[in-house]
Design a protein around this ligand. Structure first.
Ligand code: NAD
Length: 275
């Protein structure tokens, strides 16, 4: 099983499939990330606000896997936006993870009411120049936020990590991002279980034909349309299931039918309202 990689505009590459740890209990994170690494995942997505970077770090250290075989992402929390505060936050995350560098550092939310994301972006550019993050990017950025970063920032983000699943595809953001060489990372790729995705006919039909689960059909849809995904699960069986996506291919018709499930169904807050 080989997870495909995508080339980022930073010159580095990213495994298209990883493992996310949002809402993974800090006390259980080391065990769950260890399960994921043993299953074969090499890309882990965490964030300072998840409170579980130390568990991720312990699992990495215990795994014995060479650092250059891993791709580790963490994120700058909203309260730490700014210049010195962002530098300090990066150092705290590295310390907790037990790493010299991360592969990707993201601004977690634009928080436009604070109006500090351009300043924060310049801090991330310095963090990359200092070798503390190989690539830098953004999360939950809408088109106006991306336009400002591109116009005033200097560096184009390597990725934009946004809520994206068949019921909520944010086509304006994905088109703008791709036109500007920014890869899309789809968070909540399974709709966080808040939307009855696994009962939708295009999903169940594709799953039946390929003898896979509805979750596998949805994750494959993401991969085939070019999204980077890191589904979260606490269960070893599902952790393995979500990695087992490379023995089948959806037809163009199946991809199109799942794309037809767009419902405008955002499951999280609007990025302009998050502070
Ligand atoms: P997700 O769509 O991955 O859903 C997780 C839910 O799906 C869990 O409840 C899990 O039990 C269930 N699930 C997982 N595998 C399954 C399977 N095979 N069959 C049936 N159910 C299954 O949602 P998520 O965890 O919110 O998103 C993935 C990752 O994205 C997070 O862990 C985190 O790393 C990242 N994320 C980022 C942001 C952001 O603001 N940048 C926000 C949320 C999540």
């Amino acid at each position: 099983m080989t997870v495909p990689t995508l080339d980022l505009n930073s010159g580095h590459s990213i495994p298209q499939l990883g493992f996310g740890v949002f809402k993974v209990d800090p006390a259980e994170t080391e065990r769950i990330v260890t399960d994921a690494l043993e299953a074969g995942y090499r890309h882990i997505d965490t964030a300072a606000i998840y409170g579980n970077e130390e568990g991720v770090g312990r699992a990495i250290a215990a795994s014995g896997i060479a650092r250059d075989e891993l791709f580790i992402t963490t994120k700058l929390w909203n309260d730490d936006q700014g210049t010195d505060s962002a530098f300090a936050a990066m150092d705290r995350s590295l310390e907790k993870l037990g790493l010299d560098y991360v592969d990707l550092y993201l601004i977690h939310w634009p928080t436009p009411k604070k109006d500090r994301y351009i300043e924060s972006w310049h801090a991330l550019e310095q963090i990359a120049a200092d070798g503390k993050s190989r690539s830098i990017g953004v999360s939950n950025f809408l088109v106006p936020h991306l336009e400002r970063v591109i116009a005033e920032g200097g560096t184009v983000p390597a990725v934009n990590q946004i809520e994206l699943h068949p019921a909520y595809q944010q086509r304006d953001v994905t088109e703008f991002s791709r036109e500007n060489g920014i890869h899309i990372e789809a968070w909540g790729p399974l709709g966080q279980g808040k939307y009855p995705l696994f009962d939708e006919e295009p999903v169940t039909a594709a799953a039946r034909v390929h003898d896979v689960s509805p979750a596998q059909a949805v994750l494959k849809w993401h991969l085939q349309i070019g999204n980077i995904v890191f589904p979260k699960s606490n269960s070893p069986e599902r952790i393995r299931e979500n990695l087992d996506l490379f023995g089948f291919e959806l037809t163009p018709e199946e991809v199109e039918a799942i794309s037809g499930l767009e419902r405008g169904g955002r499951v999280s807050a609007h990025p302009d309202e998050v502070n």
